[in-house]
Design a binder for this molecule. Structure first.
Ligand code: SF4
Ligand code: SF4
Length: 187
C-alpha cells in the first residue's frame, strides 16, 4: 500500500478549476511540510478528495519513483491527441496518458524507468502527453508506434489551451477512456 508521505507535487502541477488554480501554480491551501490546510473540510474541492496519481495506486509502477523524487505526476485521467495521416489526410484520435512535469525539471520525462513504462503503454496503443503547464505540451510516441522503432516527440500543433472534458475524451476514444478509468476503480 503506497502513501503520499511528504509528496504534494500534484498540488502544484495540476490545475484545480474550482480554486481557479492553474497548472504549475502552487495551491493557496498548500502549506510547506504540513500539506493541505483544508484537507477533508468543506473548503477542499471534491476533485482533490477523489484524486490519486498512477504512482500511488501502483498502476504498473513498481520501478517508478515517488512523484516528488521523479518530478512528474502520472494523471489517472486519460486524454487524446489527434494525428493526421500525411498521405490520406485522415484524422486519428490516439489515447494518451497525461504526464505533468515540473517545469523546474523539464527533462524529467526522460527518466529511463518512465520510458520503459511508456513502451508498455505503447504496446497497448497508448501514447503520452507531457504537460509543462496549461499551454505547453509535448506528445511522445514510444518505439512500438514507429515503423523505424524510434522515439518520436512532437511539439508543433500540440495545444493544451483547454483540457478536454471526460465526455469529449470518452466520445473521441469510443469508450476506451471509460474502460481505462473503470479498470482502476475510479470515475
Ligand atoms: S502526486 Fe501522487 S503521491 Fe504525490 S501527493 Fe499527489 S497523489 Fe500523492
Ligand atoms: S485544496 Fe488541498 S489537496 Fe487540493 S490542490 Fe489545494 S492543497 Fe492540494
Amino acid at each position: 500500500m503506497r502513501r503520499c508521505g511528504d509528496c504534494s507535487l500534484c498540488c502544484k502541477l495540476l490545475p484545480v478549476p474550482p480554486l481557479q488554480k492553474a497548472a504549475g501554480e502552487r495551491c493557496r491551501f498548500h502549506k510547506f511540510h504540513k500539506g493541505c490546510a483544508v484537507y477533508h473540510t468543506a473548503r477542499m474541492p471534491p476533485e482533490c478528495g477523489l484524486w490519486n496519481c498512477r504512482w500511488l495506486i501502483n498502476d504498473d509502477a513498481d520501478d517508478l519513483s515517488r512523484p516528488d523524487r521523479s518530478h512528474y505526476v502520472l494523471d489517472l485521467m486519460p486524454d487524446f491527441v489527434t494525428v493526421r495521416d500525411d498521405v490520406t489526410g485522415e484524422a486519428l484520435n490516439i489515447q494518451v496518458v497525461q504526464i505533468w512535469v515540473d517545469p523546474q525539471h523539464r527533462d524529467a520525462h526522460r527518466d529511463p524507468a518512465l520510458r520503459r513504462w511508456l513502451i508498455r503503454r505503447a504496446e497497448k496503443g497508448i501514447a503520452a502527453l507531457i504537460r509543462f503547464n496549461s499551454k505547453e505540451a509535448l506528445a511522445v510516441f514510444a518505439p512500438p508506434f514507429d515503423s523505424a522503432g524510434q522515439w518520436r516527440e512532437i511539439t508543433s500543433g500540440v495545444s493544451t489551451g483547454r483540457t478536454h472534458t471526460f465526455t469529449e475524451i470518452a466520445t473521441a476514444l469510443g469508450g476506451r477512456a471509460s474502460a481505462t478509468i473503470e479498470a482502476h476503480g475510479k470515475g
